[in-house]
Design a protein around this ligand. Structure first.
Ligand code: HEM
Length: 506
């Protein structure tokens, strides 16, 4: 009896303690630090609006906030948007902040691809990827591929939906577009997803599901998601299935390419194009990389994510912002009109990449959209050695430092009082040129030695698609369509972007 009373007292004491603790926190909008559980309950309470919550908490806390994880997990995360911290971690102290084993565990589906590796394995891949992306033949291939996909893929679909008066999900259409172009650039094969039939694309679906599962791994203690994986339930179950689809499709591309290359060396000498897979298989020995099937699988998947997801996310948010800001739309149209030849007049036209290169306002509007809606909305790193950040916060190897790129673009202390407004003008100097913003402030393409290698590729595609649509069509978002960010490692719209399309020229 005494023993039971003893237990009852202990339980009562714990309940009182939790009650007082929550009462103490009651007035605070900041995450509650629960005994044992840390701030995990608060994280889950707001997980459906993760990015906005990050922005709120980081704004209230002055730029840096320590999120306490449960006592049994190494889940303490220092969230920061302080540009001085970003510069310190991404550039000045790069060697002390590798991606590390934790990152690799969370992103394990990416294997040993460029996003997931450090040291020599990363250096060699980066060197090889940069050489390819800067190669003259690859650039020509990129321009040709983007042009053809706009002309023969995107436009026929837009013409069809405009003629029929259908509602179309632009996000889905852009994912199809960038999936096709990236697949052509990476493997040399066109999966043909941009078409009026809107065919099912299991590979794309698998990528989305894998990304959502990766996001959940960020929010759960490792032991929990590992248990889910073992039990084959929830997001982990979806990830396992998605993983199979990704392996299967990529495996087919690799074996097709090997067969094709062994039958003839045509693709190598073909002036038409230089895809990544052909280049890697042909230059296998010269690269210092072991291009076995596993390496090629990892490389293809990493590039598919790099190319498809980021660019289609950027296009979706950009077109939504432009169609809901008529004054910006008008200025983009005026700028496009200004480069029309006199004989062309104001009528149907697809612009060439070279024509779009020097358009200051279009470029500024794209940067402004990437500032507010960065396709990679957050990133994290962990130090090898304990260190004090420029903001005065201490971090050790058991902690993660997380940058919220989404929050960074919304901070008044970084971008001024109008930080939350869509204002392309902030990117234009008094002399009418593009204003340079350092990457540790505008982090959309990352900063330091791991800066995005595909920035030019991305701008080429963004400008080709944006100019084709804005010049030739009127986009109207369906009334009442909810536009909110999803919860994943890529910033998409949770419900897609449902629009009606009208032709501007008959
Ligand atoms: C709007 C479009 C894009 C955005 C916003 C973007 C953003 C980023 C970001 C934030 C990273 C760092 C990721 C990390 O370290 O975890 C990154 C890395 C990378 N990006 Fe992009 N990217 C875009 C398009 C592309 C395209 C089209 C390609 C290739 C064709 C590409 C290739 C890469 C590669 C290879 C890396 C890895 C760099 C490294 O770790 O050394 N990106 N990108």
């Amino acid at each position: 009896m005494g023993l039971i009373l003893g237990y009852a007292e202990i339980i009562l004491a714990i309940v009182c303690f939790l009650f007082m603790w929550s009462f103490r926190n009651m007035n605070s909008q900041m995450p509650w630090n629960w005994p044992l559980l840390g701030m995990l309950p608060s994280l889950f309470l707001h997980v459906h609006r993760f990015h906005e919550r990050c922005a709120d908490v980081l704004e209230w806390s002055g730029g840096t906030f320590l999120l306490r994880g449960p006592w049994f997990s190494n889940m303490d995360i220092l969230g920061t948007v302080d540009p001085a911290n970003v510069h310190f971690i991404m550039s000045a102290n790069f060697a002390n902040f590798p991606k590390g084993p934790e990152f690799k565990k969370i992103f394990e589906v990416l294997g040993d691809g460029i996003f997931n590796t450090d040291l020599d394995l990363w250096t060699n891949q980066r060197k090889q990827a940069r050489a390819l992306l800067n190669h003259e033949r690859f650039r020509k291939f990129l321009i040709k591929t983007s042009w053809e996909k706009v002309e023969k893929g995107l436009i026929p679909v837009l013409e069809h939906v405009a003629k029929q008066g259908f509602v179309v999900d632009l996000q889905d259409l852009f994912q199809r577009f960038t999936f096709d172009t990236t697949c052509i650039l990476v493997t040399g094969y066109d999966p043909g997803c941009v078409s009026i039939e809107f065919p099912d694309v299991p590979f794309s679906k698998a990528m989305d599901e894998a990304e959502e599962a990766i996001f959940m791994r960020h929010c759960l203690p490792e032991s929990v998601w590992k248990l889910q994986k073992w039990l084959c339930i929830g997001h982990e179950h979806k990830l396992t299935k998605a993983w199979g689809v990704l392996d299967d499709v990529i495996g087919k591309y690799v074996s097709m390419k090997r067969k094709e290359l062994s039958q003839s060396r045509k693709s190598d000498g073909d002036e038409e194009g230089l895809d990544l897979l052909t280049s890697y298989i042909n230059e296998d020995e010269g690269m210092g990389l072991d291009c076995d099937d596993k390496f090629l699988r990892d490389t293809i998947l990493n590039f598919m994510i790099a190319g498809r997801d980021t660019t289609s996310s950027a296009l979706t948010w950009f077109l939504w912002l432009v169609s809901t800001h008529p004054e910006v739309e008008k200025k983009i149209r005026e700028e496009l009109n200004s480069i029309l030849q006199p004989k062309e007049g104001e009528k149907w036209k697809l612009f060439k990449v070279e024509e779009l290169k020097n358009l200051v306002y279009l470029h500024s509007a794209l940067c402004e959209s990437l500032r507010l809606y960065p396709p990679v909305p957050f990133q994290h790193k962990a130090p090898v050695q304990p260190v004090i950040l420029p903001s005065g916060h201490y971090v050790n190897p058991k902690m993660k430092v997380m940058f919220s790129l989404y929050a960074m673009g919304r901070m008044g202390f970084i971008w001024g009082k109008d930080s939350k407004e869509f204002k392309p003008e902030r990117w234009i100097t008094d002399r009418g040129t593009i204003k340079y913003e350092p990457s540790y402030k505008f982090l959309a393409f990352n900063a330091g030695p791991r800066t995005c290698l595909g920035k030019e590729v991305a701008f080429t595609q963004l400008k080709s698609v944006a100019s084709a649509i804005i010049h030739n069509y009127q986009i109207q978002v369906v009334e009442g369509h909810p536009v909110t960010p999803n919860v994943s490692v890529i910033l998409y719209m949770k419900h897609g972007l449902k629009v009606k399309v009208t032709k501007r020229w008959t």
